[in-house]
Write a new protein. Structure first.
Lengths: 248, 855
């Protein structure tokens, strides 16, 4: 492997609207995520963390600045190329799981392969493997409606991993889960990062979630506002307090 | 918002696209109703104008039953009758304009209705000479000015016209105008002096009509009418112009009823679309309605609000439909004219738009009734729960009720087919029957949707595992909605299949009969010949003998047709329409091989020579007449008592025929002109020469006639039948078009419901194209279900109608219109694809970020 970071942004800016009413949702963010890193992005609502995630995830295009995945720029690409990028290089984990209700757990995991037109045995094998990896081998044939929230999120993590993406982006992955399931899901994400070297970016406003990551990046008013090492919830909370004294 | 009541108005405004899609059905349905109402009003007006113009001052008209001539002595008899102030005899014929190249077409605009009459008879019509003078001697005519103008004929011109005596040059000495401004579908009117008219029309000793004026008012008219009916032969009818006009109207009643039937079906589809759309909207608004309920809105307020919204849409749709209806009426009138049916300029009645508006409004409210009730029953807890677990459970009771509706529906259709005449009651029964079938299917459909979707989506799921699967799931997720959408499409397609199975079964039967019974090689007949009511074009007197001189002609047989409203043998005095056929039995035997019951063909034809008659199978079944039974021919020239020589296996005119020798026909009915000539060549090898020689004579001297081989005759009949069905297809087409909007509506709804799902797919790397295809697949599945149901129901309906028909017309067999079924299937696919264009584009363009955060 070469030394290029998994994700790299340079002066990334996203402006909504024009002239007087223009809103700078993201204002010159330069950030690098190394291969094998697990990073958390934190910030209050309106800080631009969702916008940043959407840009990183190739769901949206920046107004200016550069953004690179494994050294290849994808700012300014058309819809077709962005779609392809999402399909091949990026995995998503959503707050509301977003499993298709009519597909079984196994089919949901297999979905990205089907979208890509791959129906080979290799993918099916990998699907079963991933379901085992997230501890749901027994529940493969169940519909999402028959699974608990935690189980659904684990299915969606397996889905995100199917195409062996360069990076997995998780948007408030525990935002819709109870404490126990949250713990399971966070543990799973951590393990994936530590034992398999999966690059992960987690967006959350919960210090406990962010602390799971090796590195926590703070965002405020569309700009980077500092970062601390992860691992300790206390440290994250303190960093937050320094950043925004009124909030605590 | 000023009051709760105006919530409905807000809803319509807030959902413009939905509202537009919802009312599309009403717009088209109302347009169709108005179009048909205006068409029938225009037809009514055309004939009223005709009778007003032609009969002006005339109090009574004496004519043969079905419009054939009365004896020459009738005029004197009428003049002798007390109370008759003035009476004039008239002869009629239809001439065809011959163009410079010597050709004549069957186009209505080149047909001229010519009356031969004395100078005094002009006083009886309501016409005014506007240029030149009245014709008084020789080959002179005066023409209706509008027709002369349309054909660029000027005063003083000599026009070439194909007449029963061959092509004649007539000098235009005058132009006249009817005060009603009569427009008879482009056909023109003319008069000629009596003597020359008798020669060129070949009507030497008969009157087609005797028109008279009485001295006195209404009472005298009815007294003279009674008196004349006693004095004149039984086959003569004496009617006021008003009664004559009413006769025509009643002839048209069946046709009108069928038009209304199809228009009602178009409106039914409209109502169905309203129903489906409101069902979807109410479902989508569950949370909102629940909220209104928590705020204290009662059931009736909610129901009322939904109904108000429907009423609003109904009025809106009906108003747009009115404008479109005028356009449709113009189109229908054009269509009728191409069928050579005389229709004048579009005429308005105040009743038509009011009726159309009212039907539109009522249909919209009826369609929304069930969804409105459902909305009213929404529980306040729905404000919290939303639509969770709300998908209507399928109630088997409903399927049973639906299935129970179908047999009586088919019975209604059977009755419609079996009835002799399409009276209003029969048409209503047929309509109710058809509606019952459609309702029944609509109720059963949700139960068969799941398996159908599974089967039909199989190829899509194989080809595109993701899109196909999602499409199938979407179609299955709300079987009620998919069923309703497909059912709306089914209605139109089923009617196409049913109408077509009638047409094709009939055509095949006729064509088979031609194959079986035709021993002729060629037929000579006027262009555009269709046996029917009123004066007919005939064949010039000397032609038969000229053709008989051709060495290759073995037989040239005359055929004379007379449409009558009093087919002999009926136990009822009047009212049975049918066709009288006259031919020379000895000659005809050689060109015809129709099976005859009652002895050998030679025996039967020998009996006919003696004055006996044969009757068609359908008529025999209806009257119970058999071989040897006495039968009375009541014609305007005399009454003859004779016997039935045989029963003929024919489906021509539904078997409602009576055939006789030429002399019998002349004696009883006064018919002296040939309608058609049937030729047989001396050998098969001589056929081409015969045809060439016949064509040379006909093309040079009789351009209004056509020479047809048996194959050509068959395809001509086929074309005529297809053209006549064309107008019904046009109306059904509107219903199908309306159902297209229904599919669009449902798909739009489906896209809204699947927003989140689509967003996820896009985030996971699905291309716009894949999203688009998923919507298209759902649309295709709906289209195919509609087509399949349409084929199934149409087949059932067509079979029931035809079984009914064949109870009156033995020999007609049901034949499935296979090629039409294939076309209907293809139509389902095409409609599905077309309907999906906009919703699919909308789905493909959904903003991914918003879609994944959509609740």
């Amino acid at each position: 492997m070469d030394g290029t970071p998994a994700l790299q942004t340079h002066e990334l800016t996203k402006v909504y609207g024009e002239g007087e009413t223009a809103v700078h949702a993201l204002d010159g963010v330069s950030l690098g995520i190394e291969r094998g890193e697990m990073a958390a992005i934190m910030g209050p609502s309106g800080s631009g963390k969702s916008t940043l995630l959407h840009l990183l995830g190739a769901l949206d295009s920046p107004s200016s600045g550069q953004i690179m995945l494994a050294g290849r720029r994808y700012d300014g690409l058309g819809d077709g190329e962005l779609t392809r990028l999402r399909r091949e290089k990026i995995g998503f984990v959503f707050q509301f799981f977003n499993l298709l209700p009519s597909l079984t757990a196994e089919e949901n995991v297999l979905l990205p392969a089907l979208i890509a037109g791959r129906r080979d045995e290799e993918m099916r094998r990998r699907t079963r493997e991933l379901l085992g990896r997230v501890g749901l081998a027994e529940r493969a044939g169940h519909l999402p409606g028959e699974l608990s929230g935690g189980e659904q999120q684990r299915v969606s993590i397996a889905r995100a991993l199917l195409t062996e993406p360069e990076i997995v982006l998780a948007d408030e992955p525990t935002g819709n889960l109870d404490t126990r399931s949250s713990g399971d899901v966070l543990l799973l994400l951590r393990e994936l990062n530590e034992s398999e070297g999966q690059t992960l970016v987690v967006v959350s406003h919960d210090p406990a979630v962010a602390a799971t990551a090796g590195r926590v990046v703070f965002l405020r008013d569309g700009r980077l506002a500092g970062e601390v090492a992860g691992g300790s919830t206390d440290r994250v909370v303190r960093a937050l307090a320094e950043l925004d004294p009124q909030a605590t | 918002m000023r009051s709760f009541g105006s919530l409905a108005f807000r809803q319509v405004r807030a959902r413009r696209l939905r509202s537009l899609l919802t009312i599309a059905g009403i717009v088209l349905g109302v347009a169709m109703i108005l179009g048909v109402l205006l068409l029938t009003a225009t037809i009514h007006r055309t004939f009223n104008d005709l009778f007003d113009s032609v009969y002006g001052r005339t109090d009574l008209v004496v004519s043969g039953v079905g419009g054939d001539g009365v004896r020459h002595s009738t005029l004197a008899e009428v003049r002798r009758t007390p109370g008759v102030e003035m009476a004039e005899g008239v002869v009629f014929s239809i001439f065809t304009l011959v163009d410079r190249s010597g050709a004549a077409s069957s186009d209505a605009a080149q047909q001229l209705n010519v009356a031969g009459e004395s100078a005094r008879a002009a006083e009886l019509a309501d016409a005014r000479t506007v240029a030149g003078r009245r014709p008084h001697h020789g080959l002179e005519v005066d023409l209706q000015r509008s027709w002369a103008d349309a054909n660029q004929i000027d005063l003083g011109d000599r026009v070439r016209l194909a007449t029963p005596a061959g092509v004649k040059r007539l000098r235009v000495v005058g132009l006249f105008q009817f005060s009603s401004g009569l427009d008879f579908g482009g056909q023109g009117f003319a008069t000629m002096p009596l003597g020359p008219a008798r020669r060129v029309m070949d009507r030497p000793r008969v009157w087609d009509e005797v028109d008279l004026v009485v001295s006195g008012g209404e009472e005298t008219i009815s007294r003279v009418q009674d008196d004349l009916r006693h004095r004149l032969p039984e086959g003569v009818q004496v009617e006021t112009p008003g009664q004559k006009s009413a006769d025509v109207e009643s002839q048209l009643q069946g046709f009108n009823a069928i038009l209304y039937f199809f228009a009602a079906m178009a409106l039914f589809v409209g109502g169905f679309l309203i129903f489906n759309s409101f069902n979807m909207t109410v479902f989508q608004r569950t949370r909102e309605i629940g909220m209104l309920r928590t705020l204290g809105a009662g059931r009736w307020r909610i129901t009322g609000s939904v109904l108000r919204e429907a009423a609003l849409l109904g009025v809106l749709g009906a108003s747009i439909g009115l404008g479109l209806g005028v356009v449709l009426a113009l189109g229908l009138i054009e269509l009728m004219r191409t069928l050579d049916f005389p229709v004048g300029k579009l005429s308005f009645t105040p009743f038509a738009p009011v009726a159309a508006l009212a039907t539109g409004l009522i249909t919209a409210v009826l369609g929304a009734l069930y969804p409105a009730r459902r909305a009213g029953r929404t529980s306040p807890i729905r404000a919290v729960l939303g639509t969770e677990g709300l998908r209507a459970k399928l109630r088997p009771r409903r399927a049973v009720a639906g299935a129970a509706l179908i047999p009586p529906g088919l019975a209604g259709a059977f009755w419609l087919g079996a009835a002799d005449e399409t009276t209003t009651i029969v048409a209503a029964a047929g309509m109710l029957g058809t509606l019952a079938i459609f309702f029944g299917i609509a109720m059963v459909a949700p139960f068969v949707i799941r398996p159908l979707v599974r089967a039909l989506s199989w190829p899509f799921r194989r080809l595109f595992p993701v899109e196909g699967r999602l499409a199938a799931d979407a179609a299955r997720s709300d079987p009620g909605r998919t069923a309703a959408t497909a059912t709306a499409l089914m209605v139109g397609l089923a009617l196409v299949v049913a109408v077509n199975s009638l047409g094709s079964s009939f055509l095949r039967t006729i064509s088979d009969e031609f194959d079986r019974s035709f021993a002729r090689d060629l037929t000579v007949q006027p262009h555009g010949f269709v046996p029917g009511q009123g004066p007919q074009q005939t064949i010039a007197k000397g032609l038969r003998d000229r053709l008989a001189l051709i060495p290759e002609a073995k037989v040239v047989a005359r055929e004379r047709f007379l449409f009558t409203t009093d087919l002999p043998g009926s136990p009822k005095k009047k009212g049975s329409d049918g066709l009288l056929l006259g031919f020379d039995p000895a000659q005809y035997e050689q060109v015809d091989q129709t099976d005859v019951e009652g002895g050998s063909r030679a025996q039967v034809f020998a009996r006919m020579e003696r004055g006996w008659v044969t009757i068609g199978r359908g008529w025999a079944d209806e009257t119970g007449l058999g071989v040897g039974d006495p039968i009375t021919l009541r014609g305007p020239s005399g009454t003859r008592r004779t016997r039935v020589a045989g029963v003929v296996d024919t489906v021509v005119f539904g078997g409602q025929t009576v055939s006789m020798s030429l002399s019998t026909m002349r004696g009883a009915y006064g018919v002296t002109a040939d309608s058609e000539l049937a030729l047989k060549a001396t050998s098969a090898a001589a056929r081409p020469t015969l045809r060439r020689r016949v064509e040379r004579i006909v093309n040079r001297d009789y351009p209004n006639l056509a020479v047809l081989s048996n194959e050509e005759l068959k395809s001509k009949v086929e074309d005529q039948v297809n053209q006549q069905f064309g107008i019904f297809y046009a109306i059904v087409g509107v219903a199908i078009f309306a159902s297209l909007f229904g599919i669009v509506n449902t798909l739009t709804m489906s896209v809204i419901e699947r927003t989140r799902e689509i967003g996820v797919l896009r985030a996971l790397g699905a291309s716009r194209w894949q999203v688009r295809r998923s919507i298209a697949d759902e649309s295709l599945v709906i289209g195919l279900i509609g087509a399949l149901l349409g084929i199934a129901v149409g087949t059932g309906l067509g079979y029931a109608l035809l079984e009914g028909l064949s109870s009156g017309i033995p020999g007609v067999e049901y034949r499935p219109p296979l090629s039409t079924m294939v076309y209907v299937g293809l139509a389902g696919i095409v409609l599905g694809l077309v309907a999906s264009i906009l919703p699919a584009r909308r789905a493909a363009r959904l903003d991914v970020i918003r879609a994944i955060s959509y609740e």
